[in-house]
Design a protein around this ligand. Structure first.
Ligand SMILES: Cc1cc2nc3c(=O)[nH]c(=O)nc-3n(C[C@H](O)[C@H](O)[C@H](O)COP(=O)(O)O)c2cc1C
Ligand code: SF4
Length: 440
């Protein structure tokens, strides 16, 4: 069985070209399903058990079923493709847009048919100029070939804010407002873009749909780690690993296999220290946990998540306090500021981590840091606050001795020379606003 789904045939052919995509069966599923009832498409996706690839792993067919019929809400229905991809460690959607743009377009048009929509918006991260250009050309080609059948497709560039990848922030931004999360309910299915029923899905989720319809949901569901983690993921392998990059693999492959069999292991004979399994917002795993299969249930059992499938490898040069600080700085910077636990909590986390790294903290402040994380978790308007609190709390719990050593030695045991090279880019210090007092 074919285990490459989203990037199928992209190694052999230039699938950016419409003719090449058509030569491997491209757009035949769109043409086929247009004569079918929308429910037939949704049934296949439910049989496939396709789950969202944007992070939350929500069943995609069920999400479509939440869209009320037009008789119930007589407004236009919208499809929004989330191409904002800003979570540190993720770079898969970019590859999909750059290499198989027509598969994404075909999936979007099929999704539009499935929810009786005539309007597709693709919200693309502003920094992805290459993917924007590729997608724009592909859209022009598909439109020119008459494949849109009356559907309008708008490609919209974001202005570089992580919160605009959060689905309600994305909708605000698309409406021309400041990117801030909305309180829910109502959920987008009932009241999304322009207060109309809206389906929002990640690029990879949407780009998987044509192949599911080609294979049939039941066949697709045999790939990966059924029943819950069916199919493939584009694993973004990065950090301290020899051969980083995107690897499309069936879910259920172990972290060890990804790092050592495919990624060539850790460079320069260094030792593995930890692995982040799904992007910067996910709780960390220690080196002795890498035999876990990369699938939802197994990772949940270890109190972490697959998230956006960004596997970040951390070697023994990394100071976990510095790593926590870098992560917390990112989320502080990206907090939209609408709710207090996230706005104030992320800043407080940064202050505490700075004090720990500088050797100015007490042991009780390690507990205080965990307490701050706890007061953010589950208490925010959107999951960005959790995205900051979950990973940092996991660093403190799993590497408590290293945090303690900072306090005991009055400074960083790495002598401030820890290398976070290749992990996450530091936040621009001009946007960092330290506050003098660290609460005890
Ligand atoms: C702070 C934050 C940032 C997010 N960024 C993205 C993103 O860049 N791309 C994405 O697809 N989903 C992102 N999500 C998840 C979306 O809110 C939403 O769950 C997803 O687009 C739904 O698509 P799916 O069901 O296909 O995964 C983000 C969520 C949060 C809380
Ligand atoms: S959790 Fe953070 S990003 Fe989300 S609404 Fe609250 S302040 Fe904004």
């Amino acid at each position: 069985m074919a285990d490459v789904i989203v990037l199928a045939n992209a190694d052999e052919r230039d699938l950016r070209q419409l003719a090449e995509y058509r030569a491997v069966g491209g757009y035949t599923q769109l043409e086929r399903v247009r004569s079918l009832e929308p429910a037939a498409i949704i049934d296949e996706l439910n049989t496939a058990n396709l789950r969202g690839r944007g992070g939350a792993f929500f069943p995609s067919g069920r999400k479509m079923q939440f869209i009320p019929p037009k008789e119930q809400i007589p407004k236009p229905h919208y499809v929004c493709v989330n191409a904002d991809e800003s979570e540190p460690g993720t770079f898969k959607d970019r590859e999909i847009m750059n290499r198989v743009p027509h598969r994404l377009i075909e999936g979007s048009l099929i999704a539009a048919h499935a929810i009786d929509s005539q309007h597709v918006f693709i919200y693309i991260r502003g920094e992805y100029l290459d993917a924007f250009e590729t997608l724009r050309t592909a859209l022009d080609d598909a439109r020119g070939a008459g494949l849109f059948n009356g559907v309008t497709v708008v490609l919209h560039r974001g202005a570089g804010a992580y919160i605009c990848g959060e689905e309600s922030g994305l909708l605000e931004s698309l409406e021309g407002k400041r990117g801030q999360a909305r309180s829910r309910p109502p959920f987008p299915a009932a009241s999304g873009l322009y207060a109309s029923p809206t389906l929002i899905n990640n690029v990879e989720t949407i780009a998987t749909i044509p192949k599911i319809l080609e294979l049939g949901g039941a066949e697709y569901a045999k790939i990966g780690a059924p029943p819950d983690s069916t199919g493939t993921r584009l694993f973004c392998l990065s950090g301290n690993v020899v051969k980083g990059g995107n690897y499309e693999l069936p879910m259920g492959i172990t972290i060890r296999e990804v790092i050592y069999d495919l990624g060539g292991g850790i460079p320069d004979g260094r030792a593995l220290k930890a692995v982040i399994p799904g992007g910067s917002s996910m709780p960390i795993l220690t080196a002795d946990q890498i035999d876990v299969p990369l699938e939802h249930d197994a990772l949940r059992a270890l109190d972490t998540f697959l998230g956006a499938a960004a596997v970040i490898v951390v070697d023994d040069r990394a100071c976990m306090v510095q790593l926590g600080l870098r992560v917390a700085q990112f989320y502080m910077h990206e907090s939209c500021g609408k709710c207090t636990p996230c706005r104030e909590g992320t800043r407080w986390m940064v202050q505490l981590l700075e004090a720990i790294e500088a050797g100015d903290a007490t042991h009780s402040q390690l507990d205080l840091l965990l307490d701050v994380c706890d007061r953010i978790l589950g208490k925010c308007l959107c999951p960005l606050g959790d995205a900051a609190a979950m990973p940092v709390a996991s660093y403190v719990v799993k590497f408590r001795d290293e945090f303690r050593a900072h306090v005991d030695q009055g400074g960083c045991p790495f002598g401030g020379e820890s290398s976070l090279e290749g992990l996450f880019a530091p936040v621009d210090q001009h946007t960092h606003h330290p506050v003098a007092e660290v609460p005890a």
